[in-house]
Design a protein around this ligand. Structure first.
Ligand code: C2E
Ligand code: CA
Ligand code: CA
Length: 535
């Protein structure tokens, strides 16, 4: 391509100029020989002067022609450069996949609007984050993911008011900038329309896939007068929407900013806490029914927070999952628990909860095996508890991971049975060893026959599939009798013991064991346990 910066005359052009001047000279020779100039010019000057004048004129014509050609070339090169520059700028400011603005352009537009001062119409920013997009990529491949993203972009284009800026900020995150017009209801309506539109299925090569959207909305205010501040506020609101169950929209409120700071602090504490071993395993007894012989413990995480005291999983498990710390936390717990259990009778088992996200880790079986080897804990004594969420995220990954674990001798329990998505489907699809009946069902047993029938049906279902069943959350002695009568294999609940730390468990094991080494939790021991717990 011509280099527009090369404005001086180059070698080639000098030759071209000479050529054109030579052509001019030739024209002059021809003109003088044929006497053409005498016809053209009626000069008073001498013949000699007339010839010289015409020579100069013809050569100048050559110079002019060369100059015109050069300037035309320059103009063409400059146009090409401007076009290339415009294309490069457009590429740098647009998302190549969807053609929407990218984060850079979005922020430029936002900053430009905000810098117009307080008199311009108030602005709103809508931050849209897709729900369940990752499984689309993981299960159906990136091509399907791209189709979904383009479909979402088209749906947004069709919905937002004219004059809005739509951007793909990255990954599965979109943003829309539009005039607020002091009409929060209209904004809320638009957000709901976007959620409904984005939730419609998308057809791709592998069939129909569905994603959802959670939206955070921020209106420009004196506190949010920069693009960063406004986007951050929308992000905080969106995050709140995710916490509230996804598939919804939230307007930014100042308290949310405060909640976010608290969370950031807790996140920092948790990171340090995991490193320092502040997350420790508590043990809740599991007994066989009807004999009440202790068969082992469920390992439940507790955080000994240096300032806030003992924290329950509800205060930190979700945070650990959202920040990717759950894996480190689980491995630390598993290491501690396997170490603790070494001094306990060899028939006692440990059941450990694995977060749904961890089942997507292809190295999961190897990691567990490494801890078992390191602590000398037999795989036959280990049970992994998973919830159905894991299976919904990625059934194939779960199938592979669970099969490899079972091949090692580890048992798999389906936790919180009955609260999931399509329990029967998953029971048929995967080979579990055990069903844990959710405590909401067990708690309802004393409430009447209808509820009890449901629990009865679950136990019968487990038995028909050759699965063991554990009833969780047993609090009353009458429930135990009834569950044992229905054929439920194991029981767990406050009636037999709350989760307690290693030292307390050591003491209780000593109290519970009879001279033959059997450990049976009879009603007297339950009282002893409760006394220990109360102390
Ligand atoms: P989960 O796996 O269903 O654990 C049983 C929960 O029920 C425990 O709560 C236990 O204390 C409680 N529970 C047991 N018996 C009774 C009873 O008779 N009555 C009542 N009302 N509750 C009873 P916890 O320890 O607060 O754990 C809550 C949840 O946190 C667990 O539910 C589990 O989903 C999660 N969790 C706990 N530890 C871990 C962990 O190490 N990793 C992961 N991923 N999740 C964990
Ligand atoms: Ca569990
Ligand atoms: Ca459970």
């Amino acid at each position: 391509m011509d280099n527009p910066r090369q404005t001086s005359w180059g070698e080639g052009e000098r030759r071209e100029l000479l050529c054109l001047m030579m052509i001019g000279t030739c024209i002059w020779i021809a003109g003088t020989q044929l006497g053409l100039f005498a016809v053209l010019l009626d000069m008073t000057a001498t013949h000699q002067l007339q010839d010289l004048l015409m020579l100069a004129l013809c050569m100048s014509l050559g110079v002019v022609a060369a100059a015109v050609r050069k300037s035309l070339q320059l103009r063409k090169a400059m146009l090409a450069r401007d076009g290339a520059q415009a294309r490069a700028e457009s590429v740098a400011r647009h998302d190549a996949l969807t053609g929407l603005a990218n984060r850079r352009l979005f922020q430029e537009r936002l900053d430009a609007r905000l810098s117009q001062g307080p008199d311009v119409p108030p602005l709103a920013v809508m931050l849209i984050d897709l729900d369940r997009f990752k499984p689309v990529n993981d299960v159906h491949g990136h091509a399907a993911g791209d189709i979904v993203l383009c479909a979402m972009a088209d749906r947004l284009r069709a919905l937002v008011p004219t004059g809005s800026v739509i951007a793909r900020l990255g990954g599965d995150e979109f943003a829309v900038l539009f005039d607020f017009r002091d009409d929060a209801e209209a904004v809320a309506r638009l957000a709901q329309q976007v959620i409904t539109a984005l939730a419609q299925p998308v057809t791709c090569a592998h069939g129909r896939v569905e994603v959802g959207a959670t939206i955070g909305i921020a209106i420009a205010s004196p506190q949010t007068r920069t693009s960063e501040a406004l986007l951050h506020a929308a992000d905080v609101a969106m995050y709140q929407g995710k916490r509230d169950g996804r598939g919804n929209y939230r307007f930014f409120q100042l308290e949310m900013g405060h909640a976010l700071k608290v969370r950031a602090r807790l996140e920092q504490d948790l990171r340090l806490g995991i490193e320092r071993g502040e997350i420790e395993p508590f043990y809740q007894p599991v007994v066989s029914l009807p004999g009440r012989a202790l068969i082992g413990f469920e390992v439940l995480a507790r955080w000994r927070h240096p300032d806030q005291g003992l924290l329950n999983p509800v205060d930190f498990i979700t945070l650990a999952e959202e920040t990717g710390m759950i894996a480190d936390m689980t491995w630390s717990l598993m290491r501690q628990a396997c170490g603790d259990a070494r001094s306990w009778p060899a028939h006692l088992q440990l059941a450990i909860n694995i977060s749904p996200l961890q089942l997507q880790d292809r190295q999961l079986p190897e990691r567990i095996l490494a801890i078992l080897t390191e602590t000398g804990f037999s795989p036959n004594r280990l049970e992994i508890e998973i919830t159905e969420t894991a299976l919904v995220i990625d059934l194939e990954a779960a199938r592979v991971a669970l099969k490899s674990l079972q091949n090692l001798g580890v048992r798999i329990a389906l936790d919180d049975f009955g609260t999931g998505y399509s329990s029967l489907y998953h029971l048929r699809e995967l080979q579990f060893d055990k069903l844990k009946i959710d405590r909401s069902y067990v708690a309802s047993i004393p409430q009447g026959e209808e509820r009890a029938k449901l629990v009865d049906a679950i136990i019968a279902l487990g038995a028909s599939l050759g699965l063991l069943t554990t009833a969780e959350g047993i609090e009353t002695a009458s429930s135990v009798e009834w569950l044992a009568g229905q054929g439920c294999t194991y029981g767990q609940g406050f009636l037999f013991g709350r989760p307690v730390d290693k030292t307390t468990t050591d003491g209780l094991l000593e109290t519970w064991s009879d001279t033959d080494g059997n450990i049976v939790l009879s009603p007297t021991e339950i009282t002893a346990f409760d006394a220990a717990k109360a102390a």
